[in-house]
Design a protein. Structure first.
Ligand code: TXA
Ligand code: MG
Length: 317
């Protein structure tokens, strides 16, 4: 199959309408989208990604007003989160309406709804008469793509079209939350910080590490993983330990390079937002480079730093 990279929105919309899969930009990462109401189209997502069927897909919708078309019994606090943070890097787990096929939710009675903030994704969703099921546009278990080129490198030949919307501004996936008995449960750390949610809803509960739970592979201990070995810790000490290896170093804002290693700083001025937007790029860069091992350090465990640390942990195979 020939894969086209283009910014032609009309062509992407036509392919989606014809039941095809199309990679689309969002502000978090690129998604591999198909008509969420068409099981045959959704099946193509699983095929292209080689994704197991027990892994449910997020459904992307155009507006807060559309939530009630696909969800039942929306709790008041979930509505509050939607009003406050959508469009944006948050996914709400809600009881699903029957119109959402079981294939999309892997048989679960909840559906993850998200309204992407990327202007191209918004324009596309407003134009289509159906919502889009879309996981991140990477082979299952690998690093998520934050540019159209990333998608091309992994999926060319398996999908017909990549809609190019430039670099993703957030760079890590959405924060996945659920409201249970008036309490917010966070299932995946992501582009919306816990602190921001807490400001609106009070204390939240984290349920992140159920690595044996097959209903939420985004929580699998090993995910988002490069093919090369990745070691996280004090990079100065690690550099000494691996002094005889060619290393790729991912540092937060500074690093004194004693050896002749290639170094990527996630954010020279210490911005966690900028660091998040560079993380997957850096991992991919070193996975492709001629280094033998990737070294990285944890970021401050606050704001988007938590999501970055979470992804680093899971990227260690
Ligand atoms: O930012 C994002 O969320 C990106 C962009 C493309 O929107 N999407 C994304 O999708 O990260 P994916 O499939 O790579 O990760 C979604 C995670 C999966 O690990 C899945 O298990 C979980 O969300 N998920 C989806 N629906 C769920 C549900 N009903 N219950 C529990 N977990 C769910
Ligand atoms: Mg993913």
């Amino acid at each position: 199959m020939q894969t086209i990279i283009s910014n032609n929105l009309a062509e992407a919309a036509q392919l989606l309408t014809d039941g095809e899969v199309v990679a689309i930009p969002t502000e978090t990462v690129y998604g591999l989208a198909a008509n969420a109401l068409d099981e045959k189209a959704v099946l193509k997502i699983f095929e292209a990604k080689q994704r197991p069927f027990f892994d449910p897909l997020i459904v992307h919708i155009d507006s807060v007003a559309s939530i009630d078309k696909y969800a039942l019994q929306v709790p008041a606090m979930a509505r509050l989160l939607a009003e406050k943070f959508m469009p944006g890097p948050i996914t709400l787990l809600l009881k699903k309406q029957n119109i959402i096929p079981d294939l999309v939710t892997s048989g679960l009675d909840t559906v993850g709804l998200r309204i992407p903030a990327h202007p191209v994704a918004q324009q596309l969703l407003r134009q289509l008469p159906f919502p889009l099921a879309a996981p991140s546009a990477n082979p299952f278990g690998y690093i998520s793509p934050t540019t159209a080129q990333h998608v091309w490198e992994q999926l060319q030949g398996s999908i017909p079209f990549i809609l190019d919307g430039g670099d993703c501004s957030v760079g890590v996936e959405s924060t996945i939350v659920e409201v249970v008995e008036n309490k917010v449960i966070v299932h995946r750390l992501g582009g919306l910080s816990i602190e921001a949610i807490q400001e609106v809803c009070g204390n939240v509960e984290l349920q992140l590490n159920q690595s044996s739970n097959p209903s939420a592979p985004g929580k699998l201990a090993s995910h988002y993983a490069p093919k090369k070995p990745l070691v996280i810790g004090d990079i100065k000490l690690l550099a000494e330990k691996f002094s005889h290896n060619k290393k790729g170093v991912i540092a937060f804002k500074e690093y004194q390079n004693k050896f002749q290693d290639e170094v990527m700083l996630l954010s020279a001025n210490g911005s966690l937002h900028e660091a998040a937007s560079n993380l997957f790029k850096a991992l991919r860069h070193f996975d492709k480079s001629d280094c033998e091992i990737i070294l990285a350090e944890y970021l401050p465990d606050e704001g988007l730093g938590r999501a970055i640390n979470d992804r680093l942990r899971r990227a260690v195979a």
